[in-house]
Design a protein around this ligand. Sequence first.
Ligand code: PGA
Length: 259
Amino acid sequence: MKVLIFDTTDAAVQAVADRLLGEIRMNPGVVLGLATGGTVEPVYERMVNSFESGEISFAGVRTFNLDEYVGLSGDHPMSYHTYMNRHLFSRTDFAAYNVNIPRGDVPDPTAEAGWYEAEISRHGGVDCQLLGIGENGHIGFNEPTSSLSSVTRIKTLAPETVSANSRFFDRVEDVPTTSITAGIATILRSRKVALLATGEKKSHAVAKMIEGPLSAICPASALQLHPLTEIYLDVAAASELTLHDYYQAVHPNGRTDVP
Ligand code: PGA
């Protein structure tokens, strides 16, 4: 696990965007795992900027999003389909046939979950997975006590997730309580992982993920098992790390080009 602590939030965001753009430059047919949430919005904004300035094309990139709310149609304003279209897909040249997001409004969400897991495998797996982290340590909608060997399936949202996500809805009662989410084993099968966490609210979960015991109570701690994970943090998100000075010495201001 590479722990990269940046002086500013902007620098952490830019580094993640550069990481993803670098993957695409290396392999224009790369398979990216994508995430939703407030934290990664500015990453997508930077990807859009690169596209608009003619630096990059996404035409050959295949994507698999982590999750979707059960019950929301793709055109529901709060669905993750809409989020992705608004922040990335409709503003760039991603091809619709390369974009994959679990469908939340299907009659049989369990069958959809199984199909989605198989689709990821059928396309050779995810090369690089972008992640955020919840204040409760979730990745995707893998809430605390999710099995560390889980695959794509239906998960009930934890009360704190419903409450955190209610800021995007008119009323807390409107937040769906179940989701289809890639599992922890699904995420661990990605060849590389880039997780972004910013702000003080994430500092506790970040410390448990990096320095806590490997435990289902903090699903993100499963990333300790992954050989190629990079954690991108701003100073606030890194503030509870015990070995903070060590990480800074190894990668000063997030630099990875120093021995
Ligand atoms: P956030 O969500 O970026 O909106 O905080 C992250 C997550 O819950 O994974």
